[in-house]
Design a protein around this ligand. Structure first.
Ligand SMILES: Cc1cc2nc3c(=O)[nH]c(=O)nc-3n(C[C@H](O)[C@H](O)[C@H](O)COP(=O)(O)OP(=O)(O)OC[C@H]3O[C@@H](n4cnc5c(N)ncnc54)[C@H](O)[C@@H]3O)c2cc1C
Length: 439
């Protein structure tokens, strides 16, 4: 019997892992660019590679049960194009076109549907995982690999390679209508977010905090008719439009990827610059450039990027603190419905125990000599029961890190899926390897 192309691909990867004699670390080679913040000294560049670049096929779309099976290298832009043919889309579509579904699970992607459905991982029903020793596991929330299923989320590929994902889809319309509500203080803004979270009455919710006096809540709805459509693929800048418009209509893919040319740190700044250059510029092109020319890019030139997850009830206090200590605006703000993810330490979760977090994303903060913003923010997050995603690396002391991430669960899975630690442990990878500190 001939093997399915997918089985041939995973067999090749499993064989490479089984035949390895060396215990030195490996990392993944993907077809698309990585959406982690570029790091000049990243030691992974010298690693032996496990090539997963051919794992980029959509294997099945079942329009009746609204389920999709796909390989991890499928990008969201391709996925949305394919599923929209059936009037369906994934439950969570991160805002940059070439984020992949495997990367979205491993790196915790969320977006404006997350206030209802959580992260992309929360729509997943099954993962196929290749362990460091080449074993192929099927992991679901209910089978014997339940803990592995939960723990590959947010652990950045350190527990195994996700080689196939099965996830749910939701009905969609061709257009999205966005309505902008404006608030002048955090208390009213919070109240409005909480109200929509309780009522679950919009399809999408995110926002931009332009300044401590200007809070925009973007509430969006699928619609099958639009009187006009806008897009933000050339001279217009989406985040700026939220301050001036009351309402907008976008084609559904243009809505999903409205920040693809830049979130709140948009270059070129001038209209003329955008007219001349922005057509050819994108998040993917900027990241590709940084990856290619990393040797010549001074660390100071890489914009500060950090996603923080704040327990909702503490978000007002956090912003007061942020305004005083850091004061960089605008901020992108995404309400995120959470549950106790098993990679979060039980005691840490018990402290916060909130059904809603706010992802407050800081992009483009200018680095100033002598101020270590990352550390300052991490200290504050520890005090208020918040978290950061690890796409920008981490600066926690190891004992603090494992107060937040669940070491017992992590070690239990690691023992099974990567006993010789060839994928590195999460702390080492994000604290030492990515930041060039690994010996
Ligand atoms: C400038 C910028 C803007 C961003 N904007 C958004 C946004 O709008 N919305 C949002 O949700 N997120 C955003 N992110 C974060 C992004 O979602 C995560 O970084 C995500 O992990 C990127 O996916 P990727 O496909 O690029 O994965 P990569 O960056 O290639 O990988 C991320 C990590 O996952 C691991 N990994 C990748 N594939 C696999 C696999 N198949 N199996 C196991 N491990 C794997 C990698 O080893 C790596 O450690 C942004 C990040 C940046 C830098």
């Amino acid at each position: 019997m001939t093997m399915r192309p997918h089985d041939q691909k995973i067999e090749r990867i499993a064989e490479q892992l089984k035949k390895r004699k060396k215990s030195n670390p490996v990392s993944l080679r993907k077809k698309t660019v990585s959406h982690e913040v570029p790091k000049p000294g990243d030691k992974r560049r010298q690693d032996e590679k496990i090539d997963i670049s051919d794992l980029d096929a959509i294997l099945e779309i079942d329009p009746v049960d609204r389920v999709c099976i796909a390989e991890p290298g499928v990008t969201f832009v391709d996925l949305v194009k394919a599923t929209l043919k059936y009037g369906l889309v994934p439950f969570t579509v991160p805002e940059l076109k070439t984020i992949t579904i495997g990367g979205a699970v491993a790196g915790c992607s969320i977006e404006s549907m997350s206030y209802k459905y959580g992260g992309f991982h929360d729509s997943c029903m099954e993962y196929e995982i290749i362990t460091a020793e080449g074993e192929i596991l099927h992991c679901t929330p209910k089978n014997k690999n339940q803990l592995i299923f939960e723990m590959v989320h947010g652990t950045f590929g350190t527990l195994g390679i996700i080689s196939q994902l099965t996830f749910k889809l939701t009905p969609a319309e061709p257009f999205v209508r966005v309505k902008y509500e404006k608030y002048s203080n955090m208390k009213d803004y919070q109240k409005a977010i909480w109200g929509h979270f309780k009522k679950q009455d919009v399809d999408f919710m995110d926002g931009i905090i332009h300044s401590p006096q200007e809070y925009v809540l973007s509430l969006a709805y699928f619609t099958n008719q639009a009187p006009y459509t806008n897009n933000y693929n050339w001279t217009k800048v989406y985040f700026q439009s939220t301050a001036t418009r009351q309402e907008d209509f976008l084609k559904t893919p243009d809505y999903f990827f409205r920040y693809d040319k830049g979130l709140t740190h948009v270059r070129p700044k001038s209209f003329l610059g955008r007219l001349l250059f922005r057509k050819f510029q994108s998040s993917t092109a900027s990241l590709q450039f940084a990856q290619k020319f990393h040797r010549w890019i001074p660390p100071k030139a890489i914009p500060f990027t950090l996603d923080t997850f704040i327990p909702f009830s503490r978000s007002s206090d956090f912003l007061k603190w942020y305004e005083k200590k850091i004061g960089h605006f605008p901020l992108w703000c995404v309400p995120y419905k959470t549950r106790h993810y098993q990679w979060v330490a039980q005691d840490y979760f018990n402290e916060a125990q909130e059904p809603l977090f706010l992802d407050i994303a800081i992009y483009g903060l200018k680095k100033r000599n002598g101020t270590h913003y990352h550390e300052i923010i991490e200290d504050e997050l520890l005090k208020i029961g918040g978290l950061e995603t690890l796409i920008a690396g981490n600066y926690y002391r190891e004992e603090d890190f494992w107060k937040i991430w669940n070491k017992d669960n992590y070690d239990r899975v690691k023992k099974h899926t990567d006993p010789n630690n060839i994928f590195r442990d999460l702390y080492t990878k994000t604290r030492k390897t990515m930041l060039g500190l690994e010996k």
